[in-house]
Design a protein around this ligand. Sequence first.
Ligand code: ACO
Length: 320
Amino acid sequence: MPARIIGTGSALPKKAVSNGELEKLMDTTDEWIRSRTGIENRYIAVEETTTSMAVEAAKRALENAGIGAEELDLIIVGTISADMCFPSTACQLQDALSAVHATAFDINAACAGFLFGLTIAEAYMRAGMARTALVVGAETLSKMMDWNDRSTCVLFGDGAGAAVVRKDEIGIDGIVQGSDGARGSALVCENRLVNNPFIQNGNRIDYAKMDGQAVYKFAVKTVPQTITEVLEKTKTEAGQIKYFLLHQANIRIIESVAKKLNQPIEKFPTNLQECGNISAGSVPILLDFVNREGKLERGDKIVLAGFGAGLTWGAAVVTW
Ligand code: ACO
């Protein structure tokens, strides 16, 4: 596989919101949120936007990679919470970075967005269509929450993560991905309704709705299956993997995956306690945290895995 991750970056909003602060806003408790999900805190955008955080994360990733934006020939942003219908977040990011040689577009694969973006970047490189790509997951989920619905709004946070990917001999050993639109109703948020002079539907604003238990069951079954599949595809033993970096939705999902893969929980770093669920941002932000903590050495093997609305899922084995 001809693509290596050569730099990472992330950006979070300034405003930290603890479970205790949410207790003051709604009928919830720190104990309920912590015991059901593991989440203790999240960062909520006040001054920031999806694009501004994508720009910050991208600049840090480029700096970490030691390359300039003019070297990018592909920019992919995974997001379900773009600031604008158009232009895309990726095109706005291209402009902010002056990445004048890049082709830029957004993708919507919800919490699997970073994994899907990585897959596309790798495929472009395999096809000889790109040499250096920026793959970003960026979200402002707080604007999509019904802040009167305690069953969803306590779970999510805002932020962005980015990775610079460059054509190389080793790096991404293999990726698998999938989707199941038939089960899409488990996690939905409507866009604008059809509205024109010939039909008057109004333009009511919709918010994210989730069948939490359906998503939970999907995750604990599909994630270990997908990771097993990508391990088999790349002829890698689970024991060879240093870290499994999973989408940060719920600590119980992560514990269940660790158990099913028969791997120690210490191999599953988390930041959901601090950041909550940031959809497409979760995996690249966690990757950046682990990278900046100096926990990754050249040659280490890691697994990245995302899963979410669509339903969508993906997993990659990566040699650092
Ligand atoms: N505070 C206090 N009580 C609450 C809250 C809250 N924030 N939210 C719900 N409750 C109440 C409910 O009203 C319900 O009360 P009732 O029994 O009197 O009706 C009770 O808690 C239990 O509610 P459930 O929804 O059954 O709680 P459950 O144990 O299923 O936990 C949760 C909910 C945490 C969402 C769980 O289903 C889950 O983890 N699902 C996985 C989905 C997920 O993580 N999604 C993230 C987005 S998708 C993705 O990223 C892949």
